[in-house]
Every structure is written in C-alpha cells, then in structure tokens.
Design a protein around this ligand. Structure first.
Ligand SMILES: *[C@@H]1O[C@H](CO)[C@@H](O)[C@H](O)[C@H]1NC(C)=O
Length: 254
C-alpha cells in the first residue's frame, strides 16, 4: 500500500516535470506552467482598438483547431456572441431529407417518399420535409412532407395499435403519414418531434395515455424496410419475429 502510494506520488512528480514546458530563462513555477506563451487575446486586442483575431471562422481548418481550442478568451467571446445573435426562442423554419443512421453514425439510407415507414437508399424517392421550431430545437413540433407522392394526410408521425410505450414494453408505432394532432396521447401522433440544433438529430417523443412523454427509440427492420418507434428495442425484439436495430434520424440538406 505504502509502496503504491510512493510509486504514484513519484509518477505524479515525474509527469509534472515531463509535461512542463522547458523554461528559457527563469526556474519553473506552477504559474509558468499555467500560462503558456500565446498571441494577444481578443480581449486584449479589443481593448487596444484592434480588430479581433479571426479564429472562430477558421475553426474547421485542419491544424488550426487545437491552438484555437486552447485560446480560452476566444471561446468565451464566441460563447457570449452566439446567444445574442441567435436567441433560443427565435422561430426557425427548416427543411431537408431525413437520413437514417445507425447509433454508430453510419447512414443506412433516407426516409422514403411513401406513406408508411419505409426507408430507402435510392436517391430518387426520398421524402422531403419541412418543420417550424425555435433555434433551441425544442419541440414538440410537426413535420410535413413537401414532395408527397401519396394522398393526404402529409404529416410525418407515428401510428400505433397501443397507447403506451415504456422500458420492458414491446409496444411500438409505425413511422407513418398522419393527420396533424395537438401534442398529447393517442394512437396517432404528429407533434412528437424535437431537434438537436447542433447535430440536426430529429428525436421522436411518444406521449403515453397519462400525458407523460417517454423515451422513444427508432428501430429499422432491414429485411422488411420497416421503421418503427418503440419504448424498448430489446423488448420489441423479444416479442417479434423480425428484429429491429436502433437507428437515429438526422435532417440533412436536399
Ligand atoms: C410552418 O409555417 C409555415 C408558415 O406559417 C406553414 O406554411 C407550414 O405549413 C408550417 N409547417 C408545419 C410543418 O407546420
């Protein structure tokens, strides 16, 4: 025990010295370690009447990324700037296609232009959709099909034979064209979507008969081109012959 502690302590000491930048003149102190040399921060530039650095806009360029991430003052300025330029309640209208991805992030196709929940990898029959939300992506909102090659209704939602979903419960709904319905319980639900504004993930939220929103997983049955919503993919697979694998929906540009 004591030996282990001594060993750990010496490791910590050793790594402190190894990680510390080589001092050019003065002896190393913790203050120097915490304050590596860098260019003028935006705050410093602004206080001198200089234009800010442009790192925020170069963020995606390879090689620049790491330095900018260490540039804490820049991040603080960027974080302050974004809420004022995009208030979370600002209404936004978004449109595109719905890409179906595995939970690992691999695309398996797009929601098809078809009245029931079928996905497709063909470029020709992808469903185009539109919805209105806020900059925060907060739901619930409806999604409407804008290029339907099927008769009304044109809302993209869920239809089920069961009112309630839950963990350990194999009940499910099909992705389907549905009538527009206010947020709430029912065998057919349209206002069940929210959006993650940073990843553009579209997340369904089934509402149980007690008016509570429950975790809603999307599953794809690859053999039958079938898309289902359920509270529990594993429970669904125990109860059904054709298994589904969990997938996620993402809005991508047309
Ligand atoms: C979004 O709002 C526009 C303008 O009010 C409307 O035409 C459109 O149908 C709305 N979309 C949905 C999905 O409700």
């Amino acid at each position: 025990m004591q030996l282990t502690l001594i060993f750990l302590a010496s490791l910590t000491l050793l790594s402190t010295f190894l990680l510390a930048p080589t001092p050019s003149h003065a002896s190393p102190t913790p203050i120097q370690i915490a304050a590596p040399l860098k260019r003028m921060t935006n705050a410093e530039r602004l206080s001198r009447g200089l234009p800010p650095n442009a790192p925020v806009f170069k963020r995606l360029q390879p090689g620049q990324h790491q330095n900018q991430d260490r540039d804490a003052p820049t991040r603080v300025l960027a974080a302050r700037a974004s809420p004022s330029s995009v208030p979370p309640n600002r209404p936004v209208s978004l449109s595109g296609r719905i890409q179906v991805r595995t939970v690992e992030g691999n695309s398996v196709g797009y929601v098809r232009n078809w009245e029931s929940g079928i996905f497709s990898t063909l470029p020709t029959d992808q469903l185009h959709v539109q919805f209105n939300t806020t900059a925060s992506g907060k739901g619930p909102f409806d999604i409407i099909a804008t290029n339907p090659n099927f008769p009304a209704p044109f809302y993209v939602g869920a239809k089920s034979g069961s009112l309630d979903f839950g963990r350990g419960n194999s009940n499910y709904a099909s992705l389907s064209d549905v009538e527009k319905k206010p947020f709430g319980p029912g065998l057919s639900q349209s206002a069940l979507w929210s959006l993650d504004p940073s990843t553009k993930q579209l997340i369904p939220h089934w509402v149980n008969s007690d008016h509570r929103t429950v975790r809603t997983q999307i599953g794809v049955d690859l053999r039958n081109n079938y898309l289902a919503f359920t509270g529990d993919v594993q429970a669904f697979n125990k109860a059904n012959f054709w298994p589904i694998s969990e997938v996620q929906f993402f809005l991508v540009p047309v």
